[in-house]
Design a protein around this ligand. Structure first.
Ligand SMILES: Nc1nc2c(ncn2[C@@H]2O[C@@H]3COP(=O)(O)O[C@H]4[C@@H](O)[C@H](n5cnc6c(=O)[nH]c(N)nc65)O[C@@H]4COP(=O)(O)O[C@H]3[C@H]2O)c(=O)[nH]1
Length: 757
């Protein structure tokens, strides 16, 4: 299709080329005054353009620019060697596109002589175009460039494009050479350089534009770039004047309308193909990015899950402290560090085993959430005591471990244990109430050259030792304690089966009315008939039973057995009151009241025959649950006795609010009665004040006649102790008589406890 012939001047106007070019040059028929030297007296051939081919060349230029811009993105975003392939392919496509535009533009140039192009020079011009494209795409892949590099690249590209154009012109082998209008040649070079710089800036701009707005921007940019390339070409063409009489020797080489059509179609197909490939690649890149994104997300989730698993494997979920596993690992490292050559010979490690005293009742009375708060607060108090390199761990229930290294001596360990005791002794706020808890601490240390590294076991053994002497204190590990600790473990496992196997038995110790000298009642004291160790005293297994929770079942059995015994004595005509000891854990147990009620009913025993002894310190803790139980017991008609009075920190006025009926003065006071006047003064005033509060007073641990006489003189109501009788089996109570000679009562009635193996 042809749009007819167009004047070059009009064509330049359409393409935006400078219009101040002298008419004579544009018309190729008149001389330019300024270039008179070169063009004087020379007549030039009339040149015209075939508009449809010019349009095709413009289309190719715009299409090439669009494809080039697209390829620049691929070169920039592709990775793993693909960018190099895109660079080579892109340079070929872009170079061919520009070159093709030039070649088609040349075809549009119509002279009255036949024109044709030599293959070699045409090929060279193609190479120049590809080189310019390679420079452009390389710069595009950089993304950011300095003004200097932009200038250099624009110059190089400009040279490449201009080179392509003028080498392409040189492919016309003419008998009379072309006369060049240098000003326009320079202008065409300047246009090429400016167009290159604009193209590079557009490359960069395009990278910053979001994908959805890119299509339009890229289209507009392609039009600008295409127009710039065409301007350069047609300005270059305007600079060429073909003298009249010239003949094209290469007319038979590359030429003809068919070739133009093939070139246009082939180039367009090449460019469109490249565009499609580029778009496909872009799509693939999006998919790959999405895949990579989801893979990354999956990886992040996996990493998080792994971290969480590791964290859980090595930490305690409630407090966030390291657990036993991590503690052991850190201990191993600490031991290795200690043994490393060069470490101070005095350096030592210390493990503190901390077990809370009285935590279980808090947990039972206030609920697990409150218990958790106490544990968390304990964790933070302990953490607050150590330095950053030390380790605090929770290894279960209410047990914590602390590892300190570089401790100077045993005194430092003792000081630290003291600080732990102080920290835990501070009241905990539980459900809005201040609750006091203590702890037992076992300390095991290791010196540099020591072989034994069973620090945790040793600290545990020491903690047991501290617990056995009443808790709320610490003990440093000593060799004999390991045996003890092992014994505790055996005890614990044996205890579990002992109840089912009926190995527990109640012994009874009489209480004597001080004035009337008659038995008023007995205190039931539990014994464990151990199959291998013989009779085991309560002090050896009650703490263990409390720790293992078995005390609730054991206490239930004691209550029931005591009621059964009351009924038994009743049936023999003996009305004896029986006192049973209640543990702190039983008091906090909601089922205690039901247990007492059921036992009384089962054995048909009046509640007034039963007396519950509760230690003073426990009564004064007076948590909500304990208070409820005490009031409930009282409501049932069961009497209460304050045991071990004087060992706690109470004063008598605090006792007046308690539903107790009896007060037992601790035997440590009784033991000093004869030797210390202060003890006498205390016991005398306790008896007086207790009477004022309508409490009967029992003195426990009466061992001598002198103690008996003093207590009688002070007005003490009841007496209990070895002076009268040791705890004995129920059957022996039959034959026992107060009037029996003391020596006899001791040998007959006091079966010695078996010494633990
Ligand atoms: N040195 C000396 N000791 C005397 C004398 N008279 C009595 N004793 C001992 O003092 C303890 C008195 O019981 P406790 O203060 O309630 O102290 C009891 C009580 O707190 C606890 N216990 C005993 N049976 C039970 C029980 O069934 N349940 C609970 N929860 N605790 C019990 O075990 C503790 C020790 O009981 P036992 O070993 O039987 O020790 C008894 C008794 O044998 C004396 O003249 N001199």
């Amino acid at each position: 299709m042809s749009f007819g012939r167009v004047e070059p001047q009009r064509l330049l106007r359409i393409l935006g080329a400078p219009l101040d070019c002298p008419r004579d040059v544009l018309a190729f028929s008149r001389h330019d005054d300024r270039d008179r030297n070169t063009m004087n007296h020379t007549a030039f051939l009339d040149a015209h353009y075939n508009f449809s081919i010019v349009a095709a060349s413009v289309f190719i230029a715009v299409l090439a620019s669009y494809v080039t811009l697209d390829l620049s993105l691929r070169v920039r975003t592709a990775s793993g060697g693909l960018n190099h392939i895109w660079w080579v392919a892109g340079s070929l496509v872009m170079g061919t596109g520009i070159w093709s535009m030039h070649f088609v533009g040349m075809m549009a140039f119509d002279l009255p002589i036949e024109l044709g192009y030599t293959v070699l020079m045409t090929g060279l011009s193609w190479i120049a175009a590809v080189a310019a494209a390679a420079i452009a795409l390389h710069m595009a892949s950089e993304g950011r460039y300095s003004v200097r590099s932009l200038l250099c690249a624009s110059l190089a590209m400009g040279l490449g494009i201009t080179g392509m154009h003028y080498i392409g012109m040189a492919a016309l082998d003419l008998t009379i050479p072309i006369v060049w209008e240098l000003r326009l040649v320079a202008l065409s070079f300047a246009i090429a350089v400016v167009a290159s710089a604009a193209a590079l800036l557009i490359f960069r701009l395009l990278l910053r534009i979001s994908a959805d707005r890119r299509l339009l921007t890229q289209g507009a940019a392609a039009v600008v770039m295409g127009a710039a390339i065409c301007s350069m070409h047609y300005t270059g063409m305007a600079a060429a004047h073909f003298p009249e009489g010239t003949v094209c020797i290469s007319a038979n080489a590359l030429a003809g309308d068919g070739l133009t059509a093939v070139l246009i179609v082939a180039t367009s197909m090449l460019l469109l193909g490249a565009l499609l490939a580029s778009m496909l690649e872009a799509r693939l890149q999006v998919i790959a990015r999405r895949l990579a994104g989801s893979l990354k997300e999956a990886n992040t989730q996996l990493e998080f899950a792994n971290e969480e698993l590791t964290r859980r494997a090595f930490s305690d979920a409630l407090t966030g402290l390291p657990n036993r596993r991590l503690f052991e690992e850190r201990l191993t490292h600490a031991v290795q560090r200690l043994r490393r050559p060069g470490v101070s010979a005095e350096g030592r490690l210390a493990v503190f085993f901390i077990d809370l005293d009285g935590f279980k009742p808090v947990n039972d009375s206030f609920g697990h959430a409150a218990g958790d708060e106490v544990l968390k607060a304990t964790a933070s108090r302990l953490t607050g005591l150590v330095r950053s390199g030390d380790t605090v761990a929770r290894i279960g229930g209410d047990e914590f471990l602390v590892l300190l290294d570089e401790l100077a001596d045993r005194a430092a360990c003792e000081r630290f244990a003291g600080r732990i005791l102080e920290a835990i002794a501070e009241p905990f706020i539980v459900a809005g109430q201040a609750v006091k808890i203590a702890c037992s601490i076992g300390v095991a240390t290791m010196e540099r050259d020591a072989e034994d590294v069973r620090l945790i076991t040793n600290a545990d053994a020491a903690m047991y030792a501290a617990k056995r002497v009443g808790g709320a204190g610490f003990a440093l590990f000593e060799d004999g304690m390991v045996v003890d600790a092992a014994l505790q473990l055996t005890l614990q496992s044996d205890l579990r089966g002992a109840l089912d196997r009926g190995q527990f038995e109640l012994y009874y110790q009489p209480k004597i009315d001080a004035r009337k000298n008659v038995v008023t009642g007995v205190e039931a004291l539990v014994r464990w008939n151990h199959p291998t160790r013989g009779v085991v005293g309560p002090q050896e297994f009650i703490p263990t039973a409390e720790r293992s929770g078995l005390i609730v079942r054991l206490g239930r059995w004691v209550l029931d057995e005591a009621c059964r015994q009351i009924a038994d004595w009743q049936s023999q005509g003996r009305d004896l009151n029986v006192a049973v000891n209640l543990s702190v854990i039983q008091l906090a147990d909601a089922s205690l009241l039901d247990d007492v009620r059921e036992s009384l009913a089962r054995h048909n025993v009046p509640a007034s025959r039963l007396l519950c002894e509760v230690t003073e310190s426990l009564l004064l803790e007076n948590t909500q649950a304990t208070a409820r139980t005490l009031v409930g017991l009282r409501a049932l008609g069961v009497h209460l006795s304050v045991d071990d009075f004087g060992t706690g920190y109470s004063n008598l006025t605090q006792l007046k609010d308690l539903p107790a009926r009896q007060l037992k003065i601790d035997r440590t006071f009784i033991q000093e009665l004869e030797t210390r006047s202060e003890a006498r003064a205390v016991v005398a005033s306790v008896i007086q004040l207790a009477h004022a509060l309508h409490l009967t007073v029992v003195a426990e641990g009466v061992e001598t006649a002198g103690q008996r006489d003093l207590l009688k003189a002070m007005g003490c109501d009841e007496l209990q102790g070895y002076f009268y009788a040791r705890p004995m089996q129920a059957a022996m109570m039959q034959s026992w008589s107060i009037d029996a000679p003391l020596a006899l009562s001791r040998t007959l009635i006091a079966p010695p406890l078996a010494t633990p193996a």
